[in-house]
Design a protein around this ligand. Structure first.
Ligand SMILES: *Cc1c(COP(=O)(O)O)cnc(C)c1O
Length: 357
């Protein structure tokens, strides 16, 4: 199997080896030490400001998006939501469910967000901004520095969903001034799904600690208190946290966040170059490194996904909703090589010769 989806992605051999081991009991100093090491590496790789904290949530990243909405905002807020696709729409839905007043900046699929487009929202009494840094459904990368300046000028609490951009695109949490960064285990971290991280700046730690949340599982103040000693309130996905530990060490040994980011960027560049004259159109005006969404000029996007899966054992990533038949995505995260790109290109050529492209 060759997996070019956007998660779960291909894991390294070391990570898979840990997955085959027995899962140990976790209320131990050994596991606490592992958790604190994971926290330190996460904060370092995200360039989080001094005094930041990392939480390891046993849920998919949508659970962390929900926890952040519940713990960081109330009905007294008025948030701006960048909505350029499926994940932006999810933030909007979560704010609605939890009675957080919000306004969406709705973008065309693939559209870039410019500084001028934010001008109408200056000085309008907004209190927060939520953005999916790589809107993974369209592969658009938003400018976290530009958004950070907007948030600073307007005193907004700034939430970055970096689920698919963390370690794929440059991100400096301290410099862009993000208060919250969310990511997950199954994207560039290339581990099994099940763990999602929430990084909190010192201001966010304060806000979360004072929040009144009507939830037991999504009480981040409780999670913060437990994490002081490297623990979680409830049984976490212990096995995956051990795999994450191995993976973070691997990244560190290979040169840290910068090296992984340029590796993913190189993988994306190689693929986009090799596409050449194949009948695809790029979707994103501001392409993120983690994924390349493609619009087949002739064929049906979903049929191409099914054909590659069933007859070539290659998985690309189908899109959902109204993009199901027009767009599919090729991921560049995880344990993939330039030769793997070539294998996929050969499969595309085979489909083309059979009239499917
Ligand atoms: C994958 C992804 C999510 C959600 O992840 P789940 O683990 O499926 O909940 C959220 N935001 C972005 C930008 C993503 O790419």
């Amino acid at each position: 199997m060759l997996n070019f989806t956007v998660g779960p992605v291909m894991s390294s051999e070391e990570v898979r080896k840990v997955g085959a081991e027995q899962v140990p009991y976790f209320r131990t100093t050994e596991f606490s030490d592992l958790m604190l090491e994971n926290e330190e590496r996460m904060l370092k790789f995200a360039k989080a400001p001094t005094g930041s904290r990392a939480l390891f949530m046993t849920n998919s990243s949508t659970g962390s998006m929900e926890a952040v909405v519940m713990n960081c905002f109330t009905d007294a807020d008025k948030v701006l939501i960048v909505n350029g696709g499926t994940f932006g729409a999810r933030f909007a839905q979560l704010c609605q469910i939890h009675d957080v007043p919000g306004q969406e900046i709705v973008l065309r699929h693939g559209q870039k967000l410019s500084a001028e487009m934010l001008e109408p929202y200056e000085g309008k009494g907004f209190t927060g901004l939520l953005v999916n840094v790589d809107e993974t459904s369209t592969g658009v990368l938003y400018d976290t520095e530009m958004l950070g300046r907007f948030c600073r000028r307007n005193h907004l609490f700034y939430v970055c969903d970096c689920v698919s951009s963390f370690l794929a695109d440059p991100f400096d949490m301290a410099h862009c001034g993000a208060d919250v960064m969310i990511t997950g285990s199954q994207k560039v971290l290339a581990c099994p799904p099940g763990i999602s991280m929430i990084l909190l700046s010192p201001e966010a730690v304060e806000r979360v600690s004072d929040a009144h949340v009507r939830s037991l599982y999504f009480n981040l103040a409780d999670a913060l208190k437990n994490m002081e000693r490297g623990q979680t309130p409830f049984t976490p996905a212990v096995g995956i946290l051990r795999q994450i530990n191995v993976r973070l060490r691997e990244i560190e040994a290979a040169g840290g966040a910068e090296a992984e980011i340029s590796r993913v960027a190189g993988q994306a560049m190689d693929f986009r170059k090799k596409i050449g004259d194949l009948p695809f159109k790029f979707v994103s005006e501001s392409p993120a490194n983690g994924v390349t969404p493609l619009h087949p000029v002739h064929g049906d996007a979903y049929e191409i996904f099914v054909e590659l899966k069933n007859h070539y054992d290659i998985w690309v990533c189908p899109n959902g909703g109204d993009m199901k038949n027009t767009v599919f995505r090729v991921g560049h995260m995880g344990n993939l090589t330039h030769e793997d790109n070539t294998t996929l290109i050969h499969a595309f050529r085979a489909l083309q010769s059979r009239g499917m492209l």
